[in-house]
Each structure stands twice: as C-alpha cells, then as structure tokens.
Write a protein that binds this ligand. Structure first.
Ligand SMILES: [Zn+2]
Length: 252
C-alpha cells in the first residue's frame, strides 16, 4: 500500500508542476505537456516523475535547455508528504479515515502550489485559494466540525493577517496572504492549531530571514514572501499540531 501512495504522490506532484506553470503562463489546463522553452511536446517516457529528470540529466531532450529543479523537488515533496499523512492516519488501521486522508492530501497539493508560486513570483493566487476555502469548509462539515466554528477559525486567521497588513502598511504582506489565512483557518479549525500555525509561520520565517542575512543573500528590510512560510506552517500544523501542542504543554 505504501508504494501505491508513493507512486500516487509522484504522479500528483508531476501534475502540480504542470498546473503551476499553466496557471502562471495562462495556458489551457488541458492538452499534452510541452517544454516551456521550445514548446516541443513531451512524450510519456520523458514525463515520468523524477526518473526522467535524472535520465535527461535535467535538460530538455530537444532544445537541451535546463529543466528547473522545481520539477523533481515538487514530485519528491508531494510523495513524501502524502506518505507522512498516510502513516499518521494509518496508526489505527481499522479506522483509516479516508475522508480525512483525502482532505489532507488536497491540503498538501494546494499548499505546494501556493509555496512554489509565492516563492517564484511572490504572488498568492486567489484563483487557487478562494475555491479551496469553500472545499475545506465542505470537507470539515462532513468531518463533523460545526459550520460556525469553521467560519470563525477562518475569520480569526484572516483578521490576524489583515491586522498585520494594516499595521505594517502592506509591507511584506499582500492581500493574498489574508485569503491564505482564511484558508488555513477553515482547514485547521481548532483554536490551539491556529496558534501553533501562526507561531510556526513566524519561527520558520525568522530562521530563514536570519540565515539569508548571515550568508549575505538578503539585506535588512528586504521582503520575503509570507505565503511560503504560511504554507509550510499550515501543513506542519495539520500533520503534527497535536504532537507539537502536547510537547509544548509537557514543558511546564
Ligand atoms: Zn525544450
């Protein structure tokens, strides 16, 4: 079963890469994959996740231009996160909650899109975020959360980022991050999860910012895309929120 999950993760990862590119370039979402440089159609044997990248040594078969590292990395990350969320639920094999697993896989896929898109182009795509807010509300109602709790959680996080947006006068935070906050809220719902998610966002953000400063890659006051950190923090909280809060309260 675990191998099926890995293969599924790799295939979905490959699909996410193509989705991200088509979204950015405004290409149609149907039709065969093609090289973004020379537009040559990509045969199925050159489109096998990770393996094709290695066999082609990271270059297009036709124009020999470099293929971005994003492609194999997204495929591996998707597969890894799919496996982790599967293992987390599998602890109780007689009660594998497929609905919860489906919700978590969808969340992973969406957050990978948000991460890559914000990392590369500093934009949180509302075309992706807004429809998934609705999908997670529906998912969580079926997972027997109360509808008003889901909505309040979404409002709390979007208001939190909205407040930051006003206070910092739109520096380092965009309107997309407010919507992304709502998405994280309706996904995580529980109040302690919301705290952990915000906490992790700023911890990870600070560590990355300090590392970049130390290595001279960035200067003081330069902006880092917040959506990148929100997406990592949301997935970590979704998968390990309970473990993190137990660990934290055991400290005292
Ligand atoms: Zn090419």
């Amino acid at each position: 079963m675990i191998y099926i999950v890995i293969i599924l993760g790799l295939i979905i990862g490959s699909f996410l890469n193509s989705f991200i590119w088509r979204l950015y370039a405004g290409e149609s979402f149907s039709g065969r994959s093609f090289c973004p440089q020379c537009r040559a159609k990509i045969h199925w044997y050159d489109n096998v996740p990770v393996a094709s990248f290695l066999l082609l040594k990271g270059r297009c078969r036709y124009c020999k231009k470099k293929i971005s590292w994003q492609y194999p990395l997204v495929e591996i990350a998707t597969a890894l996160l799919f496996v982790l969320s599967y293992l987390q639920l599998q602890n109780n094999i007689f009660d594998l909650n497929y609905l919860l697993l489906a919700r978590n896989w969808l969340a992973i896929a969406v957050m990978i899109i948000v991460f890559v898109y914000d990392f590369r182009w500093q934009i949180v795509s509302l075309l992706v975020v807004v429809p998934t807010i609705i999908m997670f509300i529906v998912f969580n109602i079926f997972l027997s959360f109360l509808w008003w709790q889901i909505l309040i959680a979404g409002l709390i996080l979007s208001f939190f980022f909205f407040a930051q947006y006003i206070i910092t006068k739109k520096k380092g935070i965009g309107e997309g991050d407010i919507w992304l906050g709502a998405l994280a809220g309706v996904l995580l719902v529980k109040l302690d999860s919301l705290f952990i998610m915000v906490f992790l966002t700023y911890v990870i953000g600070s560590i990355v910012a300090l590392t970049l400063l130390l290595f001279g890659k960035k200067k003081w006051g330069e902006k880092l895309p917040l959506g990148v950190f929100i997406s990592i923090a949301t997935i970590l909280t979704m998968l390990y929120g309970t473990t993190i809060s137990e660990w934290y309260f055991n400290l005292f």
